[in-house]
Design a protein around this ligand. Structure first.
Ligand SMILES: [Zn+2]
Length: 254
């Protein structure tokens, strides 16, 4: 008997979900729902830039738990998100942490103990909201080797980087390049539109497509329209699901 074709999936994630970006996140979710996306991975920052924890914001925890109970997933996303500059930073490190990520590589070069401490604090914040994250994704996808060991030791099931989904238990890496937009300057937006158009065609036949949305993407009409139009196109042949749901499918049908 012929084996049934594997389900093709699209994981849409919203990065930097926190009380700071809450209104914008809800707007993005409304637009995604109108396209037919019924499951989203929400990358939650426990204390966004130190402006206040998720558990201290009235209504946020209930909202998050409500989203998870309806099929979304909460993913732990750094603790503060911002990397504290260090006196010992050399030039090469500064180029990576300041230019590439605009200073947001919080888990890029943490040592093991610092990382575990932040992971635990973050987990406690999410628990106070009534949710548990199975995944941890580092800010700007920059997860250093020692910090990654800490993520494993804290019992997370998976992490992702820009071009891979890594499941810790099985040790499997699933290659999949995420679509992601850079909106900090006009020229970046022009490049992003062209690049993501090309990339969406290139990943057309892949088992897993990933769309990574950041709240500032919604400030720019052309970016917002492209994200929604590519999402609609992908949903013609794919099921929207969270990372967690997608990994469960891979476990059941390796
Ligand atoms: Zn982020």
């Amino acid at each position: 008997m012929q084996k049934a074709a594997k389900t093709q999936a699209v994981v849409v994630s919203i990065h930097d979900v926190s009380p700071v970006t809450w209104d914008r996140t809800r707007e993005i979710l409304r637009d995604l729902e109108s396209c037919g996306v019924d499951a989203v991975s929400l990358l939650v920052i426990p204390d966004h830039h130190g402006k206040g924890t998720v558990s201290a914001c009235e209504g946020f925890g209930e909202w998050l738990a409500g989203r998870v109970s309806r099929g979304d997933e909460a993913v732990q996303h750094g603790y503060f998100h911002r990397r504290e500059a260090r006196a010992a930073d050399g030039l090469a490190k500064r180029v990576v942490t300041e230019s590439y990520t605009a200073g947001e590589g919080e888990f890029f070069d943490l040592d093991y103990d610092e990382a575990r401490e932040k992971l635990r604090r973050g987990r406690a914040e999410l628990a106070a909201c009534g949710v548990r994250a199975e995944g941890f994704i580092a800010p700007a996808w920059l997860l250093g080797a020692r910090a990654e060991e800490a993520v494993k030791a804290e019992g997370f099931d998976y992490t992702t980087r820009i071009a891979v989904v890594r499941e810790f238990k099985s040790g499997r890496d699933f290659s999949s390049r995420s679509l992601v937009w850079s909106v900090r300057a006009g020229w970046r937006r022009v490049c992003s539109l062209a690049w993501n158009h090309t990339l969406a065609v290139a990943v057309g036949g892949a088992p897993l497509c990933r769309i990574g949305i950041h709240p500032p993407d919604w400030d720019h009409g052309a970016i917002r329209r492209q994200i929604l139009s590519l999402t609609r196109g992908m949903l013609a042949g794919r099921r929207a699901m969270t990372y967690q749901q997608w990994l469960t499918l891979q476990r059941n049908d390796p």
